[in-house]
Design a protein around this ligand. Structure first.
Ligand SMILES: Nc1ccn([C@@H]2O[C@H](COP(=O)(O)OP(=O)(O)OP(=O)(O)O)[C@@H](O)[C@H]2O)c(=O)n1
Ligand SMILES: C[C@](O)(CO)[C@H](O)COP(=O)(O)O
Length: 236
């Protein structure tokens, strides 16, 4: 049994260009409810654990723009900025390098463009990873799926699949060793890297709200979620 009281860390990856969003700037800097997407994400991690070290990975060319946005929006949340790489894998690797002085703990890797992460998911993910070494949030499919092959398609059993989200939490030494492997085109997330390293992945129930802002209509949903949140009185 592993200790559930391990130190927590987070690597928030925002080193991408957001090509599918087709916006004038990378999607992590677009405003939703008047604030940059990445700032919403950062605030939620800080609210979950104000002492937790936060590493934010950004494209090298956007670091100054982010610093400007932080000033404009009076962001005082302490975080370390690290330069991203040419793929998500390389960006996570750079984020991990910023934690090289840390011996042990649980680290979450989270997409900077998933601003609807909440305390319930974070608590479940960090505590499961503290006990079992890994925790990846995922949800059941809401629609039917078909496997497409050679011009035809066939229905498959959707109950056998999950949609994978972030955060993806791991014991720090495990994630570090997994990311020392050579990069593969099959690595689409951190779970696939750790699994290739030979470790079992534990799934934790995710949330349909925890969307990744990827294409333009996701911004409409995001605005609607924030509008709804601002009209619901907080219970704590
Ligand atoms: N070289 C990269 C590529 C992606 N990411 C981050 O990984 C997360 C998930 O990636 P995705 O949604 O694919 O973002 P982009 O690569 O920016 O988008 P696109 O694929 O549409 O260009 C995002 O927070 C993105 O900023 C990163 O840190 N470094
Ligand atoms: C990490 C991720 O968000 C989990 O769903 C996803 O794999 C990122 O994929 P993308 O193609 O880089 O958007």
């Amino acid at each position: 049994m592993l200790s559930p009281d391990l130190k927590k860390y987070a690597i928030i990856v925002a080193g991408g260009s957001g090509s599918r969003m087709q916006a004038a700037r990378p999607k992590q800097f677009l405003l939703i409810a008047g604030e940059p997407v990445l700032l919403h994400t950062l605030r939620r991690f800080h609210a979950f654990s104000p002492e937790m070290p936060l590493v934010v990975v950004l494209p090298e060319t956007e670091i100054a723009a982010w610093q400007d946005l932080c000033r404009q929006h009076q962001c005082t949340i302490p975080h370390r900025v690290v330069t991203g790489g040419s793929s998500r894998f390389q960006s996570v690797k750079n984020g991990l390098a910023a934690l090289e002085a840390e011996e042990d703990g649980v680290v979450a890797v989270h997409d900077g463009v998933r601003p609807f992460i909440d305390n319930v998911l974070l608590t479940a993910a960090y505590s499961t990873a503290a006990q079992r070494g890994t925790a990846v949030v995922a949800v059941s499919l809401k629609e039917s799926i078909r496997r497409v092959r050679g011009g035809s398609s066939k229905a498959v059993d959707r109950s056998a699949y999950r949609l994978v989200q972030t955060p993806q939490c791991f014991r720090l030494p495990l994630l570090r060793r997994a990311y020392a492997q050579p990069e593969s085109s099959l690595f689409t997330d951190d779970a696939s890297v750790v699994e290739r390293f030979g470790h079992k992945i534990e799934l934790v129930e995710g949330s349909y709200r925890n969307i990744k802002l990827t294409t333009p209509e996701d911004l409409v949903l995001a605005e609607a979620f924030l509008l709804q949140e601002s009209s619901v009185p907080k219970t704590s």
